[in-house]
Design a protein around this ligand. Structure first.
Ligand SMILES: *[C@@H]1O[C@H](CO)[C@@H](O)[C@H](O)[C@H]1NC(C)=O
Length: 393
């Protein structure tokens, strides 16, 4: 614990002298991502396999968007966006990086040293979320929490460490020890009460254009695994939109279907979001349903996709069927015309020579010949169509 204290005292020397005189920059109240973006957090996940092995992952988050990661091997901060440095100078960032290196090394060592005293049993995972939230330009809040084995363990409240009510005596003991070190508490307050809001304000200004961008969603339908026999699970996928707020419903006409279920909003790799809305319906009732999507990027022009309709393949097939039918009708009437012309001419020419008795026969055989020709052409025609239909399928 003494080592940790020494390290933390060193941090204070390293970190941004005179920072307390710098007030956070004024923030526009207009920020669209206001609810989410006004916090900056550093996440640390340390997995302790045994008394000599620990793996730590670190990352930085503006609201729910990852802006930084920690390179464990080199021990430096990776800036994931062009504006991830905010308005901090190179020197300030170098100091922060050195501070994080010392902290992470010191943290692992201290936890391993005190593991048996606090009855931490290998393997275990410690997760720490440390950052700040901005309410107004002047008022910010410190957000520092730790979890042990995935459960709340302790947090920093006001100016001291508070055990989580559900974490038992172990957390109480750790907090008792931590609260003895005034310097550590002062550093946490300075780091997350001053440096962090200042960094956050700089990030919001530097990343403004990207944070305020509007990206259209794309939507498509599919069917999910059938919930029960005779039922269909309709799935409406909506992806690639930014910012996060989105409205997706299954509709029949203007009527919202109350059974619409939403997945969680999932992040895409390109800083956009994905959501799916599902509806469990009787197989016979799916026709006429549509998925409707509202999003700020669409400017009131909602996306509406109908179930079972408007697929390009379907349109092509319908088109081909219609064309085939029209051609059949045309071919049919052409033949009928040809045949009746033939009949008339042959009939007229024959009647001029032979009268009466065999007139009926001539008419019948001529007509049969035409019918045979006609059906042969239709068959050939249909065969070709079938072959090309097969190719499409
Ligand atoms: C500690 O855990 C690591 C990772 O599981 C393993 O490779 C290593 O052999 C372990 N060391 C000891 C001393 O148990």
């Amino acid at each position: 614990m003494l080592l940790l204290l020494l390290l933390l005292v060193l941090f204070r020397e390293l970190c941004c002298p005179g920072e307390s005189t710098v007030a956070p920059q004024t923030l526009g109240s207009h920020h669209p991502a206001a609810e989410e973006a006004l916090s900056f957090r550093m996440l640390q996940i340390s997995s302790f396999a045994n008394h000599s092995w620990v793996n730590t992952q670190g990352s930085g988050w503006l609201g729910e968007l990852q802006t930084h990661s920690w390179d464990n091997i080199v021990g430096n901060i990776r800036f994931l966006r062009p504006w991830s440095q905010g308005d901090f100078s190179k020197q300030e960032l170098k100091n922060l990086q050195a501070l994080l290196q010392l902290y992470l090394r010191g943290f692992a060592r201290e936890v391993q040293t005190y593991a048996s005293q606090f009855q931490l049993e290998y393997p275990f995972v410690v997760q720490i979320s440390a950052g700040c939230k901005m309410h107004t330009a002047k008022a910010s809040e410190i957000l520092v929490n730790a979890a042990y084995q995935g459960l709340d363990f302790l947090s920093f409240q006001g100016s001291s460490w508070v055990p989580s009510p559900t974490a038992g005596t172990r957390a109480q003991n750790v907090c008792k020890v931590l609260n003895h070190y005034r310097d550590i508490k002062e550093i946490v307050q300075s780091m997350f009460g001053h440096t962090c809001p200042r960094f956050l304000a700089g990030l919001l200004v530097a990343g403004k254009s990207e944070l305020e961008r509007q990206v259209n969603p794309e939507a498509w339908l599919s069917s999910g695994p059938s919930p029960r026999p005779g039922r269909l699970l309709l799935v409406c996928h909506v992806s690639g939109f930014y910012p996060k707020p989105v409205w997706v419903r299954w509709m029949r006409g203007e009527q919202e279907q109350p059974g619409t279920q939403h997945s969680e909003l999932l992040p895409n790799a390109d800083w956009t979001w994905y959501l799916q809305a599902t509806l469990d319906v009787a197989a016979g009732e799916a026709a006429g349903l549509s998925c409707r999507v509202k999003h700020s990027s669409l400017g009131g022009h909602d996306i509406i996709i109908y179930w079972g309709g408007y697929s390009i393949l379907l349109i092509l097939i319908c088109l081909m069927v219609v064309v085939t039918l029209v051609m059949l009708v045309v071919v049919d009437s052409w033949f009928k015309k040809q045949c009746s012309d033939n009949f008339i001419s042959s009939h007229v020419s024959r009647t001029s020579f032979a009268m009466g008795a065999n007139t009926q026969d001539t008419r019948a055989s001529g007509h049969q010949f035409c019918l045979a020709q006609e059906s042969w052409i239709i068959k050939r025609f249909l065969k070709k169509r079938k072959a090309s239909l097969k190719q499409i399928w």
